[in-house]
Write a protein that binds this ligand. Structure first.
Ligand SMILES: Nc1nc2c(ncn2[C@@H]2O[C@H](COP(=O)(O)OP(=O)(O)OP(=O)(O)O)[C@@H](O)[C@H]2O)c(=O)[nH]1
Ligand SMILES: [Mg+2]
Length: 304
């Protein structure tokens, strides 16, 4: 399956909820009026666009409808697609450039959002393009977390640098940085434990890890990717706001789009957080992670 088909498949539930809702709505109206726009806003809010973003889109839509003197409901759809596409592209640099190496990527996010899985998929993406990859088992909170990362590493064919359960994540990263240096590794990806119940500790821990990477690999680009689970809808935006207080997030990985009808969340993320979405997860398998591309995304969402 090609990239576009996979994305379309991954967006199936969101399309059912949002685009089919829009189609039904537009078919039920003879002219474009305020009632239609009110109902359209409701559909967007139900699809997790968020109140602020839905409101903004309706405002833009009203201006376009007036400017182009649009009266036919069917014409509203392509304008809506353009506005959503523009919001998605307005965000800073999105996607990832697999050739932009060396790089150290720290992956953060709350429990169960898909950090470890995304690390496995991301390692695969780099490896497929000929880059050498090393993983750091920075989630030392549970032994099972280290094992899970090793399973992914085995699947993809890359090495893991680890210490025992309960050790200091910064010490694991220190070892991993030095291994990466010695081996001339292109990409080092570090897992972390998903905890945000103690903000102060987490902030200190992430700061320590950033310091270690900065000191051991001073000339290497550093990224911090926040993983958000699309099935949690607007809650993902709240998680992002909380993490933005503890780390310099350079990109978002939005997972589980395939299991969610709440794909509208991505529009909310682009509009409200101004952090680029780098990758989207569309399934549990190793190939189910796609670099995010705004126009393909808008096309896949609206494609019938
Ligand atoms: N359907 C689907 N499932 C996903 C996706 N990404 C991750 N998952 C599933 O989500 C579950 C949790 O993934 P993990 O990678 O263990 O999440 P984590 O953030 O590392 O979790 P902790 O280590 O407990 O903090 C697993 O069952 C994954 O298979 C995705 O894009 N689509
Ligand atoms: Mg994990």
């Amino acid at each position: 399956m090609g990239f576009f088909e996979k994305l379309k498949q991954g967006l199936k539930k969101t399309k059912e909820q949002f685009v089919e809702g829009v189609n039904k709505l537009l078919a039920g109206f003879g002219v474009v009026d305020d009632d239609l726009l009110d109902e359209l806003e409701d559909i967007m809010i139900m699809s997790d666009f968020g109140v602020e973003t839905a409101d903004y889109i309706i405002g833009r839509l009203k201006a376009v409808i007036k400017e182009k003197k649009i009266t036919k409901p069917q014409e509203v759809k392509s304008e809506l697609k353009t506005i959503i596409g523009n919001i998605l592209t307005e965000g800073a640099e999105s996607g990832i450039d697999v050739n932009d190496v060396p790089v150290v990527i720290t992956v953060i996010g709350v429990n169960g959002v898909g950090k470890t899985t995304s690390i496995g998929k991301l390692a695969n993406l780099y490896k497929k393009s000929g880059k050498s990859v090393l993983l750091a088992a920075g989630d030392t909170f549970r032994a099972a977390a280290i094992e899970q990362l090793e399973v992914w590493a085995g699947r993809v064919g890359v090495d893991v640098i680890k210490q025992k359960e309960g050790s200091d994540p910064a010490a694991v990263l220190f070892d991993a940085c030095n291994a990466a240096k010695a081996r001339h590794t292109d990409v080092l990806i570090c897992d972390t434990a998903g905890r945000l119940h103690n903000k102060k500790n987490l902030m200190a821990e992430l700061a320590k890890m950033a310091k270690v990477a900065g000191r051991e690999l001073p000339d290497v680009k550093r990224e911090t990717f926040l993983v958000l689970d699309a099935t949690t809808g607007q809650n993902a935006v709240n998680q992002a706001r909380a993490f933005m207080e503890v780390a310099d997030i350079t990109g978002i990985i939005l997972t589980k789009l395939d299991g969610s009808s709440k794909g509208g969340i991505i529009v909310s993320i682009c509009k409200e957080l101004k952090i680029p979405v780098r990758l989207v997860g569309v399934g549990e398998k190793v190939d189910d992670l796609e670099p995010f591309n705004a126009s393909s995304f808008a096309d896949a969402l609206f494609d019938d």
